[in-house]
Design a binder for this molecule. Sequence first.
Ligand SMILES: Cc1cc2nc3c(=O)[nH]c(=O)nc-3n(C[C@H](O)[C@H](O)[C@H](O)COP(=O)(O)OP(=O)(O)OC[C@H]3O[C@@H](n4cnc5c(N)ncnc54)[C@H](O)[C@@H]3O)c2cc1C
Length: 591
Amino acid sequence: MDTVSEVRKGGSWLLENVGPSEVFTPEKLSDEHRLMAQTTDEFIDTEVLPNLDRLETKDWALARTLIRRCGELGLFGTNVPEQYGGLDLDKVSSLIVAEHIARSASFATTYGGQANLCILPIVLFGTEAQKQKYLPKLVAGELVGAYALSESGSGSDALAARTRATREPDGTWTLNGEKMWITNGGFADVIIVFGKVDGEHFTAFIVEKIFPGVSAGKEEHKMGLHGSSTTPILLQDAKVPADNVLGEIGKGHKVALNTLNFGRFKLGGMSVGGCRTAIGDAARYAAQRKQFGHPIASFGAIKHKLGEMTARTYAMESLTYRTAGLIDAALADTAHDGAAVAHAFEEYAVEASIAKVGGTETLDYVLDENVQIHGGNGYVRDYPAERYYRDARVNRIFEGTNEINRMLIPGMLIRRALKGELPLIPAAKRLQDEVLSPSAPATRFTDDASLDEELRTSASFKKVALIVLGTAMQTYGQKLNDEQEVLSYAADIMIDTYAAESAVLRARAAAAAAHPHADLHEAAARIFVNDAAQRLECAARSALAAMAEGDTLRTLLAALRRVLKVTPVNTVALRRRLAEATVERGRYILD
Ligand SMILES: Cc1cc2nc3c(=O)[nH]c(=O)nc-3n(C[C@H](O)[C@H](O)[C@H](O)COP(=O)(O)OP(=O)(O)OC[C@H]3O[C@@H](n4cnc5c(N)ncnc54)[C@H](O)[C@@H]3O)c2cc1C
């Protein structure tokens, strides 16, 4: 596989510029990767989509059969070592499976409950005996997995769980509590349950449904994802063997957070998969639906939508593959043991949260426009647009709400900077000196002359992010956590910055490789960068105005204007080109 050449630290993209050859892009997929995508697509086309109505009536026997089929096809084994029945492939492979399985959102959720939330924590934190006991059957799809962290009183504040674990004199555990909204709850066999030992020490346990005192509550009546089981899990004096603690007692947060780090990243990938499907549906519908004697695809307003849906998806796809490449590069020379993998996921936790927030919000935008392009047909159940729209809404709620992830994006970065793991603070300081007093010596942040227009612009986004982060750290110090609005603006700036640069680097790589659609890649990247500049300016102005006033604010805004000098491009023409190519091929074109 042609991977990134150098290991780069998580978050370092904010501080240094890289070349197009250094990032992983979907164009670099190997034959094995493409085969994995094809296998997943065929499974969804022939076995899941034709059975969706049955799944939506909660036919969990069918869901079980499909899980078994996933096991036979190797779709659960991408990140599991071979000795436990897995394939031990790279993270790009698991991103591919996630992206393609997302063509059925309900089944993708079932799949995710097993692969991301049950298999993964056992791979990362299980003892040898636990791995041998549970992984082969979970990977084969003979057992169904789930993950029970949330409770009615503790969702975002998951560490406030009330489920209690008590150690018995014989070393076994008794668990009492009620977990809420558990994916696969209705038919799971193995559940990763989080509770507090003696009401204090947050700990993960591997709990089997057949253990005495464990049961599932009634199915929730949900807005969407009707083909995925969501129930409470009831623990009433549940008996759990002594050996079924996962990880260490009191270290359940490590299990929970590391599991979610990768789950969030994969949810970003799943969102991209959902976008690609909807873009194809929208393009085909727009080509055949006629109004005023013309296909609606010929109208500028519809071209705008199709072009924008494609450009935003392109940016998100670029950033998820770039991140998978970074994780794979970090793991390339290490033993793939649980600790090394957990460490790599932690390293790129900022990027994972960016993928989650950026991906899920792009998906909701795309699916909303898909309904709009379908008009009245988008609002009725005869077309999938209506289901896609309902199914996707939860993505912004689970795996850490987007509000919580927005706090984490700048929060984790600043924490790493304070620990000395990332030179963010000196870089922000240097930049502030530079932009606030123009006579100060130039830093490498102004040394962008060698970059072309879009790369220079995305490099200028980094400066904007540093001005906002630097001002926030200086203004609020230890109290920055209390300033959620400013943190959210900073997160939005960082999401657009990482997405824009990833899109431009991919477009440049496509051009360098003389890709047949390099011009369309270029169009998508230019649209995204142009509009991101406007969003960034707006977010930065709002954040700075919340932190400064008078002369200081005026100086900061002048600095912002100096840094963010962007010449607008004709995005109308670029969107039309993307839309026309999408309609012509009847699918998402940038692959
Ligand atoms: C279909 C479905 C499947 C699910 N699957 C699982 C599963 O398999 N396992 C599992 O453990 N859980 C699962 N969940 C639960 C899900 O993870 C939680 O719903 C989610 O974490 C949010 O928690 P909550 O619902 O309690 O919302 P709350 O935490 O009450 O949040 C409500 C609102 O307040 C905001 N908010 C909360 N705290 C803060 C804060 N500090 N700062 C700013 N804003 C804040 C939130 O962002 C949100 O907008 C699932 C949920 C659904 C709907």
